[in-house]
Design a binder for this molecule. Structure first.
Ligand SMILES: C[S@@+](CC[C@H](N)C(=O)[O-])C[C@H]1O[C@@H](n2cnc3c(N)ncnc32)[C@H](O)[C@@H]1O
Length: 258
């Protein structure tokens, strides 16, 4: 699969993948205790459901859906084959049975039918869409893999509308180091690009306004889209100010119904 983004290069490095794996389960992480917390609290029961996890990364959510939420099957899709290989090894260690999680290497910018899921979870996918056409293509790929009436849960990370220097300072509060923050675009259908790093991992991404994501879902054929503001895990005991974090990323869980 062609790699067209600096950030994706990082997913081929063993060292960086190890750090990324640790970050995925770091309960001190402000991201896990706000964005992921809101996502998990918004999901319906997954018991006996088929779930599409796109992008699945190292499969942490896929395993959770099988082992804790009792989904009957998870289809994990990611553009980086290496992550799928590592995920399979982690599945075996975690006790996932053969066939419970199926992995497919695919670029979500290309709409293709892979499965017919009841629920789809798309976390940190849209930040890889460089323009609105790519955003609509990703939404089209998601709807194509859902049953009629199926629901897609995704995250928007719009990013605070503050200027570059303020955002760089805000990021430092959370131990992120932003090397590039583009000016706020004049219109919502254009993303704001940023590059930042944390623990050696480089994030090269595009921040989309939630309204642009909503519009892309509707254009792809979803019938209804709802935005759920992030909330903080009341049991969080880490060092970061979660309210400040939520203001900085300024996002929401986006629920779209086919
Ligand atoms: C920050 S990770 C998030 C993974 C997972 N959703 C999670 O929450 O841990 C972003 C993932 O998106 C994948 N990705 C990026 N562009 C993609 C595309 N066009 N199609 C499929 N996967 C993509 C990357 O390989 C990476 O695994």
């Amino acid at each position: 699969m062609a790699v067209d983004n600096n950030m994706l290069q990082d997913y081929y490095s063993d060292d960086k993948l190890e750090k990324y794996a640790a970050a995925c389960v770091d309960l001190k992480s402000p991201s896990i205790s706000t964005r992921y917390y809101t996502l998990y609290s918004s999901l319906p029961s997954l018991k006996d459901k088929t779930v599409l996890d796109l992008p699945c990364g190292l499969g942490f959510k896929a395993r959770k859906f099988i082992l804790e939420y009792k989904a009957s099957k998870v289809v994990g899709v990611d553009i980086v084959q290496k992550q799928l290989d590592v995920s399979r090894q982690l599945d075996v260690k975690a006790g996932v049975q053969d066939g419970q999680i199926e992995y497919v290497c695919h670029d979500a910018k290309i709409a293709k039918e892979i499965c017919q899921a009841d629920i789809c979870v798309a976390v940190h996918l849209f930040c890889f869409a460089k323009n609105f056409d790519e955003l609509v293509s990703m939404a089209s790929c998601l709807i194509m893999n859902l049953k009629q009436g199926g629901q897609c849960y995704s995250l928007s990370c719009s990013l605070s509308k503050e200027d570059k220097q303020t955002i760089i300072q805000l990021f430092q509060t959370f131990d992120y180091f932003a090397s590039r923050v583009d000016p706020l675009p004049d219109e919502i259908l254009v993303p704001r690009r940023l590059i930042y790093s944390n623990e050696g991992f480089n994030y090269d991404m595009y921040a989309w306004d939630a309204e642009a994501i909503k519009k892309a879902f509707i254009m792809a054929g979803f019938s209804r889209v709802e935005l759920v503001p992030y909330k903080a895990d009341p049991e969080y005991s880490g060092p970061y100010n979660l309210e400040e974090y939520m203001k900085t990323v300024d996002g929401q869980v986006v629920i779209a119904v086919k």
